[in-house]
Ligand binder design. Structure first.
Ligand code: F0G
Length: 427
């Protein structure tokens, strides 16, 4: 029998890792995966992970399954990998200067197969679905989870059902849902309503739910942290900064850091900073109350990925912030769009929600929470091309043009016109 267990965070019920329920069968609480500690710890475990950096084919070439001992040790032949992960950790003088934090690095999760960090959780989620021999998979999504589910389900030959809020999904993501062949339900309602519906429908229809309430998703997402630590030679940064919506990532990062310390992969905990859009910031409200109570809001932000009013992983994200002496803050839509223009203009590019992390670094730097010289890793969660409309809107449509607007210039097909523009007269 596997030594990996699922523990209910609410009532403590213990079930095997092959139990097919995505919530506690007794009380409906959220489950967490619990491991027997890996046989090796500290330098020996780091050496195992580092030795796999040269692997070119098969699951161990994946930036998720390279850490298999602390992801899903008994996955065996069920592993379904694109592969994913192995995303770059980038330095940009321009972005660091704008943020006012010299030691800023960007972990670019937009370099995953479907263009967001979701692939790291999905490879594990769909692997678990195969292990359980489920007949179909489902999720609610603001777009990226759905795109990832659709692709991995197609790779596995499983039917996929995705529920998205009407009018609130960026074009690139919607295109992926259709292209990868998911049965796509456009719901007249919010993401939070989609999630409730997906939860109920999956139970009723016997379809395996692969939202981040599913604990196996979070096990995969832990590897964002493990991989960035490895890229830093296992020298932890002072801060890890992440955009926060449904709080799956915040929760996964907290778990990864706690375990990394427990297993002596690192000796010191970085601090976590979760950044919300000001118009969709229930978690930041709770943080300001000292987590005295859980808030719900009606969300409104241009960053559709994190347009969420009632985050599902609230409790485990609270734990992540508390255990890492972390902070939660907000940035306005204007701030995150400016951050996005700077990240894009530096040649790196990301989607609006991702830019919230960079805007958050600037805000925390200005408030003196993050020091100018500290090593900070901000996670860019999604690719620039996920949301092309936000780009054309910013650069072409907004009046007056925002600070970094790069307006295209229309001309007649004559050389004189090109010369006129290039001599600066039309600018
Ligand atoms: N960044 C991007 C690009 C996202 O797609 C999401 C979440 C987040 C940040 C926030 O992460 O929910 O773990 O706090 N997208 C989900 C989806 C909700 O359906 O694709 P979180």
């Amino acid at each position: 029998m596997s030594a990996t267990r699922q523990l209910c965070a609410s009532c403590g019920r213990d079930s095997p890792d092959t139990d097919p329920h995505t919530r506690c069968a007794q009380c409906g609480g959220l489950l967490a995966i619990d491991y027997a500690p890996p046989v090796l710890g500290g330098p020996a475990l780091r050496a195992v992970f580092d030795a796999r950096l040269g692997v070119r084919r098969g699951p161990l070439a994946s930036g998720v399954w390279r850490f298999t001992e602390v992801v899903l040790p008994d996955a065996g032949e069920h592993v379904l990998s694109y592969p994913e992960g192995n995303t770059p950790l980038l330095a940009s003088v321009a972005v660091a200067a704008w943020a006012g934090v010299d030691g800023l690095l960007l972990k670019h999760e937009g370099h995953n197969p479907t263009g967001s960090f979701k692939d790291r959780g999905m490879t594990v989620g769909v692997t678990q679905a195969r292990r359980l021999s489920v007949r179909a998979v489902a999720c609610a999504s603001t777009g990226n989870t759905g795109a990832s589910l659709a692709a991995y389900a197609a790779l596995a030959g499983l039917p996929a059902l995705v529920l998205v809020p009407r009018g609130q999904v960026a074009l690139g993501k919607l295109a992926q849902l259709l292209a990868y062949g998911a049965r796509t339900l456009v719901v007249r309602g919010t993401f939070d309503q989609c999630l409730e519906l997906a939860d109920e429908a999956s139970e009723r229809l016997g379809v395996y739910l692969l939202n981040s309430v599913n604990p196996f998703r979070l096990e995969g997402q832990k590897t964002i942290v493990l991989e960035l630590l490895q890229q830093l030679g296992w020298q932890p940064p002072a801060w890890i900064v992440v955009p926060a919506g449904n709080l799956g990532n915040t929760a996964a990062f907290g778990k990864a850091l706690e375990e990394a310390c427990q297993w002596r992969l690192i000796r010191r905990l970085p601090r976590l900073a979760a950044i919300q859009a000001a118009g969709a910031a229930p978690f930041a409200l709770s943080f300001r109350d000292g987590f005295a109570r859980r808030h719900q809001v009606e969300p409104h932000t241009v960053a559709t990925a994190i347009n969420i009013g009632n985050p599902a992983s609230y409790e485990r994200a609270v734990r992540a912030i508390q255990r890492t002496n972390g902070v939660v803050t907000t940035v306005t839509d204007d701030e995150l769009l400016e951050a996005k223009a700077v990240v894009d203009g530096a040649g790196i590019g990301c989607e609006p929600a991702s830019a919230a992390a960079v805007a958050g670094v600037r805000r925390l730097g200005r408030e003196g929470v993050i020091g100018r010289g500290e090593r900070v890793v901000a996670v860019l969660t999604g690719h620039l091309l996920k949301d092309p409309a936000s780009v054309t809107q910013y650069h072409q449509e907004r009046e007056p043009p925002p600070p970094h607007a790069n307006r295209p210039v229309e001309i007649d097909a004559r050389l004189a016109e090109v010369e006129r523009v290039m001599s600066g007269r039309l600018r």
